[in-house]
Design a protein around this ligand. Structure first.
Ligand code: SF4
Length: 694
C-alpha cells in the first residue's frame, strides 16, 4: 500500500476477471476506487490491460451487493436478514442433521474460481474434514477439467507448459478453439504483436475469429472444422507428421516413453487417419490440413494455444492428449516459443484446481487414495479423511434429483445459469434440504438457497490468484469487507460449528499451510511474493524463484507418454428437427454469466446475447438482421435477436451466455467428456425459427 496523503493511497493487486491475471494499481480516495492503473511491473501484463480490468470494477460497490447474511426455512419463503452467527449456526445445523440422518456422502460443495487460493483451500478443507466427504468440485468441471486429465496423462501435471512471454519466441502458432482477443485480451494483444513481427498463424475454429484476419495479421490457414471433429483434425495432422517423416526422432528417443510412442505411431499411421479419409467429416480440404501440419512441424518453434473449443466436447480429454502427442512428436516442448498452453478462463481457475478442489485429488494434484499423501493431510488437519474419491458436480446434481444427495455449499458460482441443461440443475437444487450460496449478488442459483452468505469482491480480498501460466499473484485489499467479515473466516466458522475447528489469524497463514502440504507450492509465501512480485509454480527448493517453462529437462512424469486418440463421434446429432449446430463463446466487454460486468458502466455495450447465423441459413428461414428468433434444442428453448454474418459457416450458429434473460444454457446439452464429465457446450443440435412463427 502506497500512501499519497489526504486520504489518497494506492494498492497493488490483481484483476479478478480472466486467467491472464493482469497486475493493477488501485488508486483510492479513502475506500473509493478513483482508477485502476495497469502495473508496468506486472509479470503477466507489463503495463497493459483490457477494458474489463481497467473500467469494470464498479460492481464492487453496486447497490445489488448483498452485505448481510440471510436465511429461510424453505425456498418458497422470503429471505430473512440475520447475523453472521445465526446464519452460520443455521447452515451448520442443517448440514449436521443431513450428515446424521443420511451419512456424510449426501452433502458436498463446490469451490469458486473467482476466489483466492486461500479461500478455495479452506472450503475444500472444510468439505473433506468437517463434512467428512470428498464430494468437492469446482467450475473447472465445466471448462478445463479435460486439460487437467489430458496433460497429466501425457506430461505428468495438470498445467500449461509456458509463461506468456514465451509466445514472443514462437515461429508458428497453432491456435485452436480459443479466441484470445475477446477471451484473454491482454495475451491476445501479445500474440498479435508476435504475429505482426513475423510469426505464422494457423487457426482451427468453426468460426472466423478476429485473428483470422485483422489489420497486419492474416492467418496462413483457417481450418474451419465442423464442431465435434477436433480429434479427427488433430489425428489427421499427426498422421501427416508421422507419414511424411516430419517427426523429431531425437526428441522422441531422448524424452519419451518408447512403448507408448510405438503404439501411438502404429495407430496414427493407419490410413483411416489420413486427411483424405477424414476431410469430409472435418469439413476442411485434405490439402489444407496437410499444409497446416507441415507448417507446424517444420516452421521453427511451434506453439499450441487452446481454449474451451478444445475441452468442452465429449472427447475434450482425448483432444488435449492429441495436442500433447503432436507437440511431443515434433519436439515442440520444454523450451521458449513452443509448448501446449491452455488459455484458462477465470482469474483463478488454475488456482482452484491446484488447491485440491477435485473429488479425487488433494492440493497439488495428489490422489486421495494415496495412503502416504492422505496421512500427511490427516496429521496436519487432525481428521480422518475419506479414502475414496467423492462425487463430481454433475453426479451430485444427478443424485440430488434421485433423492440421494441433500446439501450443497456453493462458493461464488451461479450454476443455475452457467451449467448446462438448466432445467436439470434447478430440479437438483430444488430437491435439496440445504443449499448455501456464498456470493456477491442474489444470483439465479440463490433462488434455490436456504442460506445466503454475502461474499467479498477482489477489492476486499487478501490472498493470491494463480493465472493461466501458473503465476501466483498477490491480491491485496483496497477496502474493508462490506459484509463485515472475510470469506475465509466465515468458512472457518462454519467448519468449526460443524465440529472441526479451523482458525487462522491471517490469510498468509493459510498460504503457509498450503506450502507445507503441497510440494509444488513449498517455496510460496506472502513474503516471497511481496519480494519477487509473483512466482510461477513449481516453486520450491529446486526452483526458489519459480518455473516459467515446464518439462525443460524432463517431463514431470519422467518420460512423455503418447496416448492413442481414437476419434469417436459425439452422440449429439443433427436431425430434420434440429438441423443446425449451436456453439457458444464470450465477447470482450462481458464476462461469463455477467454477474459483474452487467453491474458496471459498460452495461450498455453488448447489452444482449445475439445469435450469429449465416445469411444462407437465415434466408431459408425468412430471418432478417435483428429479428427475434427462437432457439430450440432437445433440452429447451429460448429467444434472442439474430445477427446475420459469415463469421459462422452454414450449418453452425453461435451465441454468448452472458445474460440470464437469454439463458443460453437452457438450450445446451449436458452430454459430457468421457473422462471428466466436462459438458459438451460446443456442440448442441438446434433449430432456429422466427420467434412466434407458426
Ligand atoms: Fe483483466 Fe484479463 Fe483484461 Fe487482464 S486481460 S485486464 S486479467 S480481464
Amino acid at each position: 500500500v502506497i500512501q499519497h496523503g489526504q486520504g489518497e493511497h494506492a494498492v497493488s493487486t490483481t484483476c479478478a476477471y480472466c486467467g491472464v491475471g493482469c497486475s493493477f494499481r488501485a488508486e483510492m480516495q479513502g475506500e473509493t476506487v478513483v482508477r485502476m492503473v495497469p502495473e508496468k511491473t506486472g509479470g503477466a501484463n507489463a503495463g497493459h490491460s483490457c477494458v474489463k480490468g481497467r473500467f469494470a470494477f464498479g460492481y464492487a460497490t453496486h447497490p445489488d451487493r448483498v452485505t448481510t447474511p440471510m436465511i429461510r426455512e424453505s425456498i418458497d419463503e422470503p429471505w430473512r436478514e440475520t447475523t453472521w452467527e445465526e446464519a452460520i449456526a443455521f447452515a451448520a445445523d442443517r448440514f449436521t442433521a443431513i450428515q446424521a440422518a443420511h451419512g456424510p456422502h449426501t452433502i458436498g460443495g463446490i469451490t469458486s474460481s473467482r476466489c483466492t487460493n486461500e479461500e478455495v483451500f479452506v472450503v475444500q478443507k472444510m468439505i473433506r474434514a468437517a463434512f467428512g466427504t470428498n464430494n468437492v468440485d469446482t467450475c473447472a468441471r465445466v471448462c478445463h477439467a479435460p486439460t487437467g486429465y489430458g496433460l497429466k496423462q501425457t506430461f505428468g501435471t495438470s498445467a500449461g507448459t509456458q509463461d506468456f512471454q514465451s509466445v514472443e519466441h514462437a515461429d508458428v502458432i497453432l491456435l485452436i478453439g480459443a479466441n484470445p482477443t475477446d477471451g484473454h485480451p491482454v495475451f491476445g494483444s501479445r500474440m498479435k504483436q508476435r504475429l505482426r513481427a513475423g510469426a505464422t498463424l494457423i487457426v482451427a475454429d468453426p468460426r472466423r475469429i478476429d485473428l483470422v484476419r485483422t489489420p497486419h495479421v492474416q492467418a496462413a490457414h483457417h481450418l474451419a472444422l465442423r464442431p465435434g471433429s477436433n480429434v479427427a483434425l488433430i489425428n489427421a495432422m499427426a498422421h501427416v507428421v508421422m507419414t511424411e517423416g516430419l517427426e523429431d526422432r531425437a526428441f522422441i528417443a531422448e524424452r519419451c516413453d518408447p512403448d507408448s510412442f510405438a503404439e501411438w505411431a502404429a495407430f496414427i499411421r493407419q490410413p483411416q487417419n489420413a486427411p483424405e479419409a477424414l476431410e469430409g467429416l472435418i469439413g476442411v480440404p485434405a490439402a489444407d490440413i496437410r499444409a497446416a501440419a507441415r507448417l507446424y512441424a517444420t516452421g521453427g518453434n511451434g506453439a499450441i494455444y487452446y481454449g474451451l473449443g478444445v475441452t468442452e466436447h465429449s472427447q475434450g480429454s482425448t483432444m488435449v492428449m492429441g495436442l500433447a502427442n503432436l507437440a511431443m512428436a515434433t519436439g515442440n516442448i520444454g523450451r521458449r516459443g513452443v509448448g501446449v498452453n491452455p488459455l484458462r478462463g477465470q482469474n483463478n481457475v488454475q488456482g482452484s484446481c491446484d488447491m485440491g478442489s477435485f473429488p479425487h485429488e488433494f492440493s497439488g494434484y495428489r490422489s486421495v487414495t494415496d495412503d502416504t499423501v492422505r496421512a500427511t493431510f490427516e496429521a496436519a488437519w487432525g481428521a480422518a479423511l475419506q479414502t475414496e474419491p467423492g462425487l463430481r458436480l454433475p453426479n451430485m446434481l444427478d443424485a440430488a434429483v434421485a433423492g440421494t444427495f441433500k446439501g450443497l455449499f456453493i462458493q461464488g458460482e451461479d450454476i443455475a445459469q452457467s451449467d448446462p441443461n438448466t432445467r436439470h440443475v434447478t430440479a437438483a437444487l430444488r430437491a435439496m434440504d440445504c443449499v448455501v450460496v456464498m456470493d456477491l449478488f442474489q444470483n439465479e442459483t440463490a433462488a434455490y438457497a436456504h442460506v445466503f452468505l454475502p461474499g467479498t469482491s477482489f477489492l476486499e480480498k487478501d490472498g493470491t490468484f494463480t493465472n493461466a501460466e501458473r503465476r501466483i499473484n498477490r491480491v491485496r485489499p483496497a477496502m474493508r469487507p462490506k459484509t463485515g467479515t472475510h470469506e475465509w473466516q466465515a468458512v472457518c466458522d462454519l467448519a468449526t460449528a460443524m465440529g472441526h475447528p479451523m482458525a487462522y489469524d491471517d490469510p498468509s497463514q493459510i498460504m503457509d499451510e498450503i506450502a507445507a502440504l503441497t510440494p509444488t507450492f513449498a517455496g510460496v509465501s506472502f513474503d516471497r511474493l511481496d519480494r519477487l512480485g509473483s512466482v510461477q509454480w513449481p516453486c520450491n527448493d529446486a526452483a526458489p524463484e519459480g518455473t516459467p517453462i515446464m518439462h525443460a529437462d524432463g517431463f514431470v512424469r519422467g518420460q512423455g507418454r503418447f496416448m492413442v486418440t481414437d476419434f469417436v463421434a459425439t452422440e449429439e446429432r443433427t436431425t430434420r428437427a434440429f438441423p443446425l449446430i449451436l456453439t457458444t463463446g464470450r465477447i470482450l466487454s462481458q464476462y461469463n454469466v455477467g454477474a459483474q460486468t452487467r453491474r458496471t458502466a459498460n452495461v450498455t455495450w453488448h447489452a444482449e446475447d445475439r445469435l450469429e447465423i449465416h445469411p444462407h441459413d437465415a434466408e431459408v428461414r425468412g430471418i432478417a438482421e435483428g429479428d427475434r428468433v427462437s432457439l430450440a434444442s432437445r433440452m429447451g428453448a429460448t429467444s434472442l435477436r439474430a445477427t446475420l454474418t459469415e463469421r459462422v459457416p452454414p450449418g453452425v450458429v453461435y451465441t454468448t451466455f452472458h445474460h440470464p434473460i437469454t439463458g443460453a444454457n437452457v438450450v445446451t446439452t449436458d452430454r459430457g467428456d468421457w473422462a471428466t464429465d466436462c459438458p459438451e457446450y460446443k456442440v448442441t443440435a438446434v433449430q432456429v425459427t422466427l420467434a412466434n412463427a407458426p
